[in-house]
Design a protein around this ligand. Sequence first.
Ligand code: PHE
Ligand code: ZN
Length: 882
Amino acid sequence: MHVLPEQTPALIRLRDYRAPAWRVETVELDFDLGIEATELSARLLLRRDASQNLPLRLDGENLQLLSIALDGVPLPATAYRYTGNVLEVDGARDGSVLETRVRLRPAANTALEGLYLSGSHETGFLLTQCEAEGFRHITFFPDRPDVQSRYSVTLRADRARFPVLLAGGNPDGSGELEGGRHWARFVDPHPKPSYLFALVAGRLEKIERDYVTADGRAVQLKIWAEADAIGRCGYAMDALERSMRWDEQAYGRNYDLDVFHVVATHDFNMGAMENKGLNIFNAKCLLADPDSTTDDEYRHVEAVVAHEYFHNWSGNRVTCRDWFQLSLKEGLTVFREQSFSADMNSAPLKRIEDVSLLRRAQFPEDAGPLAHPVRPAQYSEINNFYTATVYEKGSELVRMLAGALGRAGFRRGMDLYFERNDGHAATLEDFLGALGDANGTDLMPYLAWYGQAGTPRLKAHGRYDAVRQEYTLTLAQHAPGTAGAEPRPALPIPVKLALFDRDGGMLPLHLDGQTSEGITELVVVLAQVEQRFVFGNVASSPVPSLLRGFSAPVILECDYTPGELALLLGHDVDGFNRWEAGQQLAARAYEDLRDGASADALQAWCAALALLFDSHGIDDALLADLLTPPGEVELAERETAIDPQHIHHLRQRLQLRLAERLGAEALHQRYLALAAHTTIDMDATSQARRRLKRRVLELLNLLDRARAGELAAAQYHDAPGMTDRLAALTVLLRGQAPQAASALLDYRTRYADNALALDKWFAVQAQIPDEDAPERVLMLERDPGFTLKNPNRVQALLGAFVRGNPSGFHRIDGAGYRLLAERLIALDALNPQVAARLATAFNGWQRLESQRRGAARAAIAELAGHHGLSRNLAEIIGGVLN
Ligand code: PHE
Ligand code: ZN
């Protein structure tokens, strides 16, 4: 089948890149702010590239042009043309000054791109979002990241309605105006691309802290939020300070302005935004207090605060030449943030969390029709490329480079990268070039990773020769989707490995005759399609531990026996690989259950976990993760005709077997022991206890609903904080406990005025994996708290349903698909970015079993035939159908 959306939008291609014909040296912006109407004047000092003889063309998206003048002379209508997207001006020269005045309608802006209103007309505030191409919704400009300019911004507004006026850069004066109005000016000394421009105006409160950078600059840190939220900003302030110190120590990077503003909003399309000197955060990534924030969310806040702060160097001081290089800033910054989080918390747990996310979000993306390289070759709508591939896989690529260079070498490379490219718009070649040059090595072979989509497969096969005491490891790589396609270059794949003897001890490694005393772990790089590595002096047949720490983003295929995986699960000292062995074993057990095959893997898995459960030598949080089999999305990746409801039931059976093996009594006793320590403390031990307590209660709930229901009901009411409360509520709902209804009602009332907590009330219900899931979503849509206008609420209900509830969404009659398709049409008219992101839930429908596939196809085809879809949604729907 081939259904094309209405209009096939033009593609932008990497290979068509041209340097800008016109640059802007300085920008002066002067805003008269109002909720219904805002007017602004822009004064651009233009620089022309003499080698390109092109007329002045500026981006400008449906702007209401009030006046235009060139070099002080108002232009007659014959001297410019405006198409609604592009403004062309005659007569501009190098050094010309263009002045325009436009009127904007912030309150009518539901797309949340450009200048918009957060909250109500009466009490809300104004803010901007410019990445990737929002600045052209504000004024006429060459809106591309390789045009870097110095900004001076003046804001004027009614003082009572807009007491706080903020823009990026350093403050440069403020004062009173007639008629109860006031003004404030900000000057940014650092040239920046337009996507980093930001302003905020309204009634906001702040918390402040003084900070002195390692190189001696006094900086005021200010976090702003509405009055009801300012009390929940303290944790973010601490996280910000930790991030700033860490970047000084780990990368030698100091902050470079006198103030650093952070603002929280409930109306935001993404997580947060790194605008220079004025970061803007989705409230859910900034606010935290024990009563409404879970432990996982606390760690997320810390990570996002760090991420946006780190962008000040990886993104702002060194920015991207074009949007194809997006991973240059995002992959790198995710990697920096992951390293920071690993240092602040538990490194193995962080690695488990990150790899789980990669497998849940990025692997399926990379295996379906929306797959794209970390550096895409083309796009129609850039907002559709803020993907798990660009972010998460991009980070994995940086991790491989960092691993190849070692700690000191990577630091040397990063120093050179920042030094060479400071103030410039760079490419991935610049990045690999600097890392390589600083270390006298060539990293360009890694560029191949950036140019090809799909998750490579790594086949490993070991052979032991008892006579020669040799162990030969054969590694082979296989790129996906290569049948019939052009042959692809072999990728460099770093494989960190160790060898274990059958008692779980690590063997010394003697690779290819080299004797390296006392080495028990090393990295081999597979640089060809297939390679052999021979280890000598191996006294007995070993068990290899491969890809330790997940040293490359590949799918490993290795012919382990269940006993070998159990050995690694029991003994591997690499916390990540220990968990990974358990995941592999659980996946085998799952497949055996499905196929009615032998129970060897299941028994090995349960026995190894039972041992770990009883031994007290293991961290509670790691144990909780070990007791959790791969998720339904990951399991589905192993199937060809996917039946998500069947997968759900099989996974439940798998967990039931584990619970039976551990035993109701033991689970109950462990629960009580953990519950005896219930606190609200945020230290690692307390968080780990809560995590294990939740897991134990979930397992008990599979065995003995009545008993677990009572424990959960008590836990719900006595919970000192959100982690325990939400865990209890989830268990009550999953077990269909009689106490569930009253707990739900209690929660709804308790958090009626707390948007972030209320989001979780929607999400937890949207994820109940039963037959009534679509109807439950319809019912929840009628709750007065539901609205399609707030992206967080849409994510909480619809996002949680389509992503967090595979068996409910994929109900065999197609009700889930029709529901999603209908909502996408309504949502697209309000907010195309959010609609397009939600629509990616249709990705992978081709691999569903036939009845669901037919229902999904019908829903998507009908959507594709709808008139007037946004470019965002049309690109996703068109892609998904392919
Ligand atoms: N650049 C933001 C980040 O840190 C993400 C973002 C993209 C936010 C586009 C808003 C719009 O990752
Ligand atoms: Zn980012």
